[in-house]
Design a protein around this ligand. Sequence first.
Ligand SMILES: Nc1ncnc2c1ncn2[C@@H]1O[C@H](COP(=O)(O)OP(=O)(O)OP(=O)(O)O)[C@@H](O)[C@H]1O
Length: 257
Amino acid sequence: MLDLNDVGLLRNGDWILKNINWEVEKGENWALLGLNGAGKTALLHLLCGYYFPTEGEATVLGRRFGKDRLGEELRQQIGVVSSTIQSRFYESDSAYQIVLSGAFASIGLYEAPTDEMRRKAQQLLKDLGCFHFANRNFYTLSQGEKQRVMIARALMTDPSLLILDEPTNGLDFLAREQLLEIIKQVAQQSKQVSIIYVTHHVEEILTCFQHTLLLKEGEVYAKGETRNVMTEATLTNFFGIPVSLGWVNDRPTLTKR
Ligand SMILES: Nc1ncnc2c1ncn2[C@@H]1O[C@H](COP(=O)(O)OP(=O)(O)OP(=O)(O)O)[C@@H](O)[C@H]1O
């Protein structure tokens, strides 16, 4: 799915990513954890082909950056849910129209959807618990409902890679847990898709994210199987303060010691 070799990214004279080595195999789901400013967004932009590596080699879904054409076809295979994308939608579009627009990877609907697309959008709205508000304007939805619509939209093209960039931002406890439950279902049902789940919050690392990458100051601090990476010693060093780590219902919890 991904193969980054010694990737570095220089922006305005600063190396915002350095020596990134990261491989993701088909069907693997990863959590990407980092503090503010760690470089998570820069790394995601690189995976989507918006940034090219300044040094090193990046191959995403078999296309080598700088060598192969990336284009629309690659973008259609990568589903992205992020607050930047969410803010670009026309608020008067209905949830259904927004999900349908995912078939064209466009903001807004400019082409007539086929019957197959309509059926698929309706099924996704049902699967993600959005069917009862499918005809409501996007702006009338709560943040949790909007995020579910965004995930349904991202799944319209059956992407090989699904990038969820801090999807629980702004959600209350209940809405966050509902969204995490839906993400768990997507991970279980869509074995063909690899999920990259970006977060600041340790407790959002679900068991379906079998792998975790810790990003610190633009560098990979640790990566591997979640249970091996998420240890008290590693996280104490990673955050630079002593922390206690517990596991409740197979999810990590973190407190300052
Ligand atoms: N175009 C740019 N020019 C210069 N510096 C940049 C540019 N884009 C990002 N940076 C810097 O790179 C660092 C990493 O930024 P990035 O947005 O990737 O972090 P992040 O991990 O996504 O943070 P957050 O969790 O707060 O969203 C930050 O210090 C940021 O100021």
